[in-house]
Design a protein around this ligand. Structure first.
Ligand SMILES: [Zn+2]
Length: 153
């Protein structure tokens, strides 16, 4: 895998993360809307229950069947709100998980920030010398550079 392949992989992970965050935002927005909607329905049913109880009380006759039906609807909506709130909390707690590293030999290419320039030519030891033209290292006794042919003696 070359240097540009690694850049491509990093960009790909960035796209994955952006996609994850976008989908998370979309899901939490939808769930928040659903929670609000079920809360509204719950409030409506509670209002209806209260209104019905009020009317029955005013009429002096409690219709227990109607009250039981309303109470059941309220219980169902309360359970739905709780479940949706748990789902919302769970989604809000989601964190992006980096893809597992590719299994295989470690990359041999250096990262741009750690790229090392080619080592400078090793200074000639007393028994050797450098070509004045191409810096080729050769025995001190050489008359001509074995690399470029320049006379070095
Ligand atoms: Zn040379």
């Amino acid at each position: 895998m070359g240097f540009f392949d690694q850049i491509g992989k990093q960009i790909s992970q960035g796209v994955d993360r952006a996609k994850f965050e976008a989908e998370k935002f979309q899901t939490t927005t939808r769930l928040q809307g659903e929670v609000n909607e079920f809360r509204r329905q719950l409030d409506a049913k509670l209002g209806e229950l209260g209104q019905r109880a009020y009317e029955l009380q005013r009429a002096g006759q409690i219709n227990s069947a109607t009250l039981a039906e309303l109470a059941q609807a309220v219980d169902q909506l309360r359970a739905t709100v709780l479940a949706k709130e748990e789902e919302l909390k769970s989604t809000q707690a989601d964190v992006f998980v980096e893809p597992p590293p590719v299994v295989g030999p470690p990359p041999v290419h250096p990262a741009p920030s750690t790229y090392a320039a080619p080592a400078a030519p090793t200074p000639a030891t007393p028994s050797q010398k450098l070509c004045t033209v191409c810096n080729f290292q050769m025995p001190f006794t050489a008359m001509f550079c074995p690399n470029c042919g320049t006379r070095v003696a």
